[in-house]
Design a protein around this ligand. Structure first.
Ligand SMILES: Nc1ncnc2c1ncn2[C@@H]1O[C@H](COP(=O)(O)OP(=O)(O)O)[C@@H](O)[C@H]1O
Ligand SMILES: O=P(O)(O)OC[C@H]1O[C@](O)(COP(=O)(O)O)[C@@H](O)[C@@H]1O
Length: 309
């Protein structure tokens, strides 16, 4: 089973308008609300692709209830710690005139030490060596920067595979515990290695350093250009098909969720990359944070190009 941990869930409110202009009144044409936050999206992807998943994390107030109800419709098991403060709402602005996306993410509901300890004991109790755990997303106020490193150490001591997708200090601290797989995008990787990465060679070299340190698989996501992957099974360049984008929010979570699902089912890394790239390409064609659809993902499989580097 794929267990996800979302310390900072969000209701994703996506608004669509023409010619979004800062510093003036903008009139919205369409609005949609989705249950979001990185781990919750990963669970949605796993469930949509037919896998078993449990979502853990913190939820609070009416937005928390919205998320809980929405994900129960997706056949996702859930075991959240409830907070007094409200779960955040993140605004996603899609300008239809140029397809530009602007994200405005709130800091999230504050978590205290007792609530964090309760969540930590849940994940350590539920997860077994047959499971993979996905730790992902920003840290809400009150959570220490080394939380992911601490959890990775404890979970990996139980032979559990841990996937980490985070940014900034949470990622920098988290990789010290050498998770099984990380999925930085280019800017996250540049911050991590403190270096501009202009070419594919630079990106691969940066990922190889992380792999030598002990991370088994480094997937560098590159938006519409696909991904570069460094692993013991080889290094790969993966190119998605051209698709008509609607909202790219959640594409990274889709890549991670589909990879976790396929790798758990003992697909080769190359097969898992093909499937996850089809899933994330399909995800960008859907409105808001709806993510992918199984039948449409299967239709895209033959269009994925994978080259061994
Ligand atoms: N415009 C696009 N067309 C096709 N696939 C895309 C597009 N944008 C993103 N993807 C797929 O989604 C993956 C993750 O997207 P990316 O934007 O890099 O992640 P993140 O949202 O984490 O920054 C990419 O590696 C790619 O496979
Ligand atoms: O925890 P963060 O970094 O603020 O990100 C949360 C946001 O990221 C998302 O999970 C989307 O992430 P990706 O576009 O990177 O896949 C949204 O659902 C959510 O609003």
């Amino acid at each position: 089973m794929i267990i996800t941990l979302t310390l900072n869930p969000a209701v994703d409110k996506t608004i669509y308008l023409d010619d979004f202009t800062k510093g003036t009144v903008n009139r919205v044409q369409e609005v949609r609300k989705d249950a979001g936050g990185k781990g919750i999206n990963v669970s949605k992807v796993v469930a949509k692709l037919g896998g078993q998943t449990t979502a853990l994390g913190f939820l609070g107030g009416a937005p928390g209830e919205f998320i809980s109800t929405a994900i129960s419709d997706f056949n996702i098991k859930q075991d959240f710690v409830h907070l007094d403060d409200e779960t955040r709402t993140n605004m996603k602005i899609v300008d239809k005139s140029n397809r530009e996306e602007t994200e405005v993410n709130e800091p999230g509901a504050r978590v205290n030490a007792q609530q964090l300890a309760k969540l930590e004991s849940k994940v350590l109790k539920i997860a077994t060596a047959e499971d993979s755990v996905v730790l992902t997303g920003s840290l809400p106020p009150g959570v220490p920067d080394d939380i992911y490193a601490d959890l990775i150490n404890k979970l990996q001591a139980k032979d559990i595979k841990v996937f980490l997708d985070a940014s900034g200090t949470a990622l920098e601290e988290g990789i010290k515990a050498n998770p099984y797989l990380i999925k930085p995008n280019i800017s996250e990787l540049e911050t991590l290695v403190d270096q501009e990465l202009a070419t594919v060679e630079d990106m691969i070299a940066a990922a190889e350093k992380l792999q030598e340190q002990g991370i088994e698989i480094v997937v560098i996501s590159r938006g519409g250009e696909g991904s570069l992957v460094v692993s013991k099974e080889g290094n790969f360049k993966v190119i998605p098909p051209d698709v008509e984008p609607n909202s790219t929010i959640g594409a990274g979570d889709t890549l991670v969720g589909a990879l976790a699902l396929k790798l758990e089912k003992e697909a080769s890394l190359k097969e898992a990359l093909q499937y996850a790239t089809a899933a994330s390409a399909n995800s960008v064609t859907q409105a808001g944070t709806q993510l992918c659809k199984l039948d449409e993902v299967e239709e895209l499989l033959e269009e994925i190009e994978i080259t061994e580097l």
